[in-house]
Design a protein around this ligand. Structure first.
Ligand SMILES: C[S@@+](CC[C@H](N)C(=O)[O-])C[C@H]1O[C@@H](n2cnc3c(N)ncnc32)[C@H](O)[C@@H]1O
Ligand SMILES: [Zn+2]
Length: 160
């Protein structure tokens, strides 16, 4: 797979590996398209690096995971992200298409982040460092916050 233009995998200040820009991206610009492998929800695989694709979106009635296999695999989460992931189901080829769009101008050397919006069951402590950090990687919807176990709920900050 060719390297994605303008992106480089590095040791991240947020967590593990992350991806920084090697050129500027303008607000609204498509940063990149991802590549991935589809798994059904009953498959046995490591979903750490996967986007979740609800059954309603695919029209197949079953939830899919799209395991990222390119540099997008190392995009970290931020509660104040500089990009957002968008996706659609490709009915002709029966697969997912996902791309990341810049939410603001992004200078050279800045880490690309997006809001993972995890459901309560898979929430994790967040180290994004943003002023508006929720303390957890979680969808701030009260219904998701309500699912948190006590030891994680204690880490929540008021933004959520
Ligand atoms: C798709 S991976 C991102 C790449 C990861 N940094 C690595 O080196 O494998 C997603 C995982 O990275 C970690 N991660 C991503 N963003 C984070 C953040 N803001 N704070 C803490 N951990 C984060 C979490 O463990 C999450 O499940
Ligand atoms: Zn955060």
């Amino acid at each position: 797979m060719p390297l994605l233009d303008g992106l480089k995998v590095v040791a991240s200040k947020i967590h593990g590996y992350g991806v920084v820009t090697t050129r500027e991206f303008k607000k609204g610009e498509v940063i990149c398209y991802g590549d991935g492998v589809l798994y059904t929800e009953d498959a046995d695989f490591d979903d750490t690096y996967a986007l979740v694709f609800p059954g309603e979106d695919s029209g197949l009635g079953e939830q899919y995971f799209w395991d990222l296999v390119c540099q997008t695999r190392w995009f970290n989460h931020s509660c104040d992200p500089n990009s957002e992931v968008q996706n659609r189901w490709d009915h002709k080829n029966q697969t997912c298409i996902a791309w990341w769009v810049a939410l603001r101008d992004i200078p050279v050397g800045e880490e690309i982040t997006y809001d993972y919006g995890f459901v309560g069951e898979v929430a994790e402590p967040c180290a994004c460092g943003a002023k508006s950090c929720r303390g957890l990687i979680i969808d701030p919807d009260p219904a998701e916050v309500a699912k948190l176990p006590d030891h994680l709920r204690r880490l929540l900050r008021s933004a959520a």
